[in-house]
Ligand binder design. Structure first.
Ligand SMILES: [Zn+2]
Length: 290
């Protein structure tokens, strides 16, 4: 197993180096650690390739009005859940993009964000009036110990080269008893991932370096020092829910079983949005023992 620059890539979760292909069609591109089950991209795109990928302009991300409206609806749902758990204080969004989510939380929290994309950070500062946006990775920001009441990583952990290191740094900057929300995380153990394999809609080995399952996500956060309370699979109440998607999955499943071709859906179509595809994990920094 070799990375793009021929350095071996050890498993981020257990340090193991023995892997097997996650599915035959992707071969060695997406592998599964034989020791702990973590699924990841191998070889990995170079840091330069990844940086170029994230320097997309604001327009790229926001040109699809329908998708943007769905995302805003998700933000509202997620806001309500977070406020039920922690009503106020300091809120950090790691990989905050333009800071839209932060703007939504700013009536109840003092909001902070970090992002690697200069265009996003500039937009957030100028158009959303967010003053605490830092350019770079979490480690670069150098926040004080135990500073935040809530830390969020929304659709971010799976893109990082060292998710375990990021989870540890997130723990350091969260106050004892504070909340971590890891949301919009694709689930590689979902029914759709198992059924559609390389046609699973949330598989993107070119720029998504890890594919977590509830088990590997829980293990990684626990190893970093978090106390994982709950992993949820938001779907039915989200703007992505359509009643016929279950029917589509069922028809495809029957077709693949009858044909004896798992991972080869009719018309090569990708899996639809469905229950279990996405995970949200709520974890707490353990309080200091008295
Ligand atoms: Zn491993």
């Amino acid at each position: 197993m070799q990375s793009a620059n021929q350095d071996p890539v050890a498993c981020n979760l257990c340090g193991g180096q023995e892997t097997m292909p996650w599915c035959a069609a992707l071969g060695e591109r997406v592998v599964r650690c034989v020791h702990c089950g973590l699924v990841y991209t191998c070889p990995r795109p170079s840091p330069e390739q990844l940086r170029a990928r994230y320097q997309t302009s604001y327009v790229d991300r926001h040109q699809d009005a329908a998708l943007a409206a769905q995302r805003r609806q998700m933000y509202q749902l997620e806001r309500q859940t977070i406020l039920r758990l922690v009503p106020g204080g300091r809120f950090l969004d790691i990989g905050c993009g333009t800071g839209e989510f932060l703007a939504l939380m700013s009536d109840r929290f003092e909001v902070y964000g970090v992002d690697v994309c200069e265009g996003y950070v500039e937009y957030g500062r100028q158009h959303l009036g967010l003053t605490h946006l830092a350019l770079g990775e979490l480690h670069d920001a150098g926040f004080p110990d135990s500073y935040f009441d809530v830390v969020q990583m929304r659709g971010v952990l799976q893109h990082l080269a060292d998710p375990l290191g990021a989870a540890r740094e997130a723990l350091r900057v969260t106050r004892p008893g504070g909340l971590l929300v890891v949301s919009a995380t694709p689930n590689i153990a979902s029914l759709c991932a198992r059924l559609y394999r390389h046609h699973f809609r949330l598989l993107a080995p070119d720029y998504m370096l890890y594919n977590f399952s509830p088990t590997t996500l829980r293990r990684l956060l626990t190893r970093a020092g978090w106390e994982v309370r709950r992993i949820a699979f938001p779907y039915m109440m989200t703007p992505y829910f359509r009643w016929w998607q279950g029917l589509e999955v069922l028809i495809d499943a029957v077709w693949m079983v009858v044909q004896g071709l798992p991972g080869v859906p009719p018309f090569d179509r990708r899996s639809p949005p469905f229950y279990g595809n996405m995970m949200t994990c709520y974890a707490w920094r353990p309080p200091v023992p008295r």
